[in-house]
Ligand binder design. Structure first.
Ligand code: C2E
Ligand code: CA
Ligand code: CA
Ligand code: CA
Length: 272
């Protein structure tokens, strides 16, 4: 067992090194990449279950790295948070998403993900205000997605920020609900317009009764609190039908479309 352990250690060591190197080089690259315009936002439709109409699009960051190709956010968002670079990057995303959505022919919403780091920054509210003003986007068409991590910090400050954002006329969605330190109390205490049910609950929906029970409980609680619900990670028609039966408001997932570049959005057909 000892020999195997050493072997395993030798086997993993180079990989850990290259992982650390990768982190470091991506971190150095991030700063340059913002300036160089290597980021792009992809958009994924959010579909109303009742009539399958697209009500909005979530914007999702992609990094076109000159050597590494397409880098996904799970790779660089945590690094950008550690270095604080998520603040300028997030502001870029906010401005860009608002400008793009202002040019859509319809009145679909655009959802922008906010990092907890951004949320804690004094620049957030002015940045949202500036993005709305400069793009001319109607505030009601902007939705900000925040995670439960935000609520773990100073509750009064968080609440004050949420209310300031809501006064601008934007809506707030609680992302990844059910995964973190979810407390049902958050739903009552914070002014969310929407709760996004994490894909882990949606995954087994068509197969197991327990997932259905959890989704049903979230949906009915949110309905009672006058919040809508969006199920994430909907990949099959069976999941879609189960969610419709449970009274969920909207769905988002590969069943409708993967996230795509802004220029391809016209290709996502809208049933009439
Ligand atoms: P998220 O906000 O929970 O975004 C949903 C993720 O699920 C996206 O991954 C999306 O591509 C993926 N997804 C959508 N439909 C399906 C499906 O049917 N099945 C499965 N398995 N996955 C699906 P993505 O684009 O890789 O983003 C990952 C995470 O990175 C996001 O999770 C979000 O936390 C973060 N992120 C992305 N863009 C931004 C951004 O602009 N700012 C910040 N702060 N974070 C971002
Ligand atoms: Ca999100
Ligand atoms: Ca999510
Ligand atoms: Ca997530």
């Amino acid at each position: 067992a000892k020999a195997a352990g050493r072997g395993a250690f030798r086997f993993f060591e180079p990989e850990m090194n290259s992982h650390a190197q990768l982190r470091r080089s991506l971190q150095l690259d991030l700063r340059r990449a913002i300036e160089a315009g290597e980021f792009e936002l992809f958009y994924q439709p959010q579909v109303r279950l009742r009539d399958r109409r697209i009500t909005g699009f979530e914007s999702l960051l992609r990094w076109h790295h000159p050597e590494r190709g397409l880098v996904m956010p799970e790779r660089f968002v945590p690094l950008a948070e550690e270095t604080g670079l998520i603040v300028p990057l997030g502001e870029w995303a906010l401005r860009h998403a608002c400008a793009v959505a202002a040019g859509w022919p319809g009145r679909e919403k655009v959802a922008v993900n906010l990092s907890p780091v951004q949320f804690a920054s004094a620049r957030l509210v002015p940045a949202v205000e500036a993005a709305l003003r400069d793009s001319g986007l109607e505030p009601a068409r902007l939705e900000l997605e925040i995670t439960e991590t935000v609520m773990l910090r100073d509750t009064d400050a968080t609440l004050a920020t949420l209310h300031r954002l809501k006064r601008l006329g934007v809506s707030i969605a609680l992302d990844d609900f059910g995964t973190g330190y979810s407390s049902l109390g958050y739903l009552q205490r914070f002014p969310f317009d929407k709760v996004k049910i994490d894909k882990s609950f949606v995954k087994n929906l068509a197969e197991t009764r327990t997932s259905g029970a959890i989704v049903r409980a979230i949906v009915s609680l949110c309905a009672a609190l006058e919040m809508s619900t969006t199920a994430e990670g909907v990949e099959t028609e069976a999941q879609f039908l189960a969610l419709a039966a449970l009274g969920c408001t909207e769905a988002q997932g590969y069943l409708f479309s993967r996230p795509r570049p802004a220029a391809e959005l016209a290709l996502i057909s809208q049933p009439s």
